[in-house]
Write a protein that binds this ligand. Structure first.
Ligand code: ZN
Length: 422
């Protein structure tokens, strides 16, 4: 072992490059960055201790891991490509930084200005920084590219909130380029955190979704203001009619899950106005609601009649609930519904989101009769309706399937409430 230790990774890299020539390895998707926790960590040509050792890594070195079998991980590091023991590396955490250099900044294979340049990252790009190396270097990832950049070319970004304005949602790209691969879509009306805007592109995050979207597909998150709506807009002739199903007072550990399963079965979207104290008890369900594409609304913490409370207490009811929702999904609620529909100028003055009332009351809380829900919907639902139900009553879950079947047969698309606001 001793004689191997005397060979530095740099020298080994140099020899390796001489032997094999410079090849730029391109990953098919963004690799995950790991850090070496064992010194020395040999890099093998194949996933076998019998195969040749290409070089050694030292504790703290960064590697980009491509494929992980249980015992071996295929990596790129310091110009090498090969296999290391999976136990010798651990997944690294990153922080987002903004490139703050007019001409951009070079990515180097290892932390030295004489190292091979892997590419340039443009000014105002967002990179993931996994750590630093002596001499003023930061190890970063940008799209498929990884390497070291000068730390003084980076600064912390200022994060602002935006809302997806494109009706079809905003397509996420890996880098700020139309030719870079699409890695997902952020749905209409989602509130996102924007880290930078560069040549018509914005780097945004919404929960687990992150990447570059077209800046033109975003708008100010509070453009809906704190107006009050009791119904949505009807669409122009020839377009699909829409209604918004809304569920109040949950989440409930049993009924909400039943409702989610029915919505999923019919590819219907809905809005859940949640009571804060139920949010804190059912965080996993809140996350599931969000991840399945439904909208999440604030319905106060304790369900009081807000018009009887002081302004400070109204604010507390609303803020505590928004904070609990943020804790569960990493996003604030986008809409608000006051309990009993009781609102006032004082209540609206503490809100930065729209107040949503309703145009069709199913009275499900009162009659607790699955079949009656449908009869109220049949009588009153029209294009742009906001339909009020509660996801805490078993009878509501039991009646929902027939409500959806009826509405879809009538040609309605079932959408989140923000989608029918104007
Ligand atoms: Zn309620």
């Amino acid at each position: 072992m001793k004689k191997f230790l005397s060979i530095s990774a740099f020298l080994a890299t140099f020899i390796c490059l001489l032997l094999t020539g410079v090849t730029e390895a391109q990953a098919s998707e963004a690799a995950s960055i790991h850090q070496v926790i064992e010194t020395p960590l040999p890099i093998y040509l194949d996933a076998s201790e019998e195969s040749s050792v290409l070089g050694y890594l030292t504790q703290g070195d960064f590697v980009s891991a491509e494929i992980s079998q249980s015992e071996w991980t295929y990596i790129h590091a310091n110009g090498f490509t090969g296999y290391v023991f999976s136990s010798g590396i651990t997944k690294a955490q990153s922080t987002k930084y903004l490139v703050n250099k007019k001409e951009g900044t070079y990515l180097y294979t290892y932390p030295s200005p004489t190292a091979q340049k892997n590419g340039t990252v443009f000014d105002k790009s967002i990179v993931n920084v996994y750590g630093t190396a002596p001499g003023g270097w930061s190890y970063v990832q940008y799209g498929h590219q990884v390497g070291y950049v000068a730390s003084n070319s980076l600064k912390l970004p200022t994060v602002t909130k935006k809302r997806v304005n494109a009706v079809k949602g905003a397509q996420i790209h890996l880098t700020a380029s139309p030719s870079s691969e699409e890695i997902g879509t952020i749905t209409h009306q989602t509130v996102v955190e924007q880290y930078t805007s560069i040549a018509g592109w914005a780097y945004v995050e919404a929960g687990e979704q992150k990447g570059y979207v077209k800046a033109s597909e975003l708008t100010d998150p509070v453009s809906l203001g704190n107006k009050t709506y009791n119904q949505g807009v009807a669409v122009a002739n020839g377009q699909v009619k829409r209604v918004a199903l809304t569920f109040d007072d949950g989440p409930d550990a049993k009924v909400t899950l039943q409702i989610l399963a029915i919505l999923k079965k019919y590819e219907a979207k809905a809005t859940f106005f949640m009571v804060g104290r139920n949010v804190s008890k059912n965080q996993a369900i809140v996350k599931q609601i969000y991840e399945e594409g439904h909208e999440i609304g604030n319905h106060t913490w304790n369900h009081p009649k807000l018009t009887s409370l002081s302004k400070a207490n109204v604010k507390q009811e609303i803020d505590n609930t928004s904070n609990a929702i943020y804790k569960a999904i990493g996003q604030n609620p986008t809409v608000f519904r006051p309990p009993y529909g009781a609102t006032s100028n004082q209540v609206r003055s503490v809100l930065s989101m729209p107040t949503i009332l309703w145009s069709v009351d199913t009275l499900d809380w009162k009659h607790r009769n699955a079949a009656k829900i449908l009869s109220y919907v049949k009588t009153s639902a029209k294009d742009g309706s906001i339909i009020l139900m509660h996801d805490i009553h078993q009878s509501t879950a039991n009646g929902l399937e027939n409500v959806i079947l009826y509405l879809q047969k009538q040609g309605y698309e079932l959408v989140t409430v923000s989608e029918i606001l104007q």
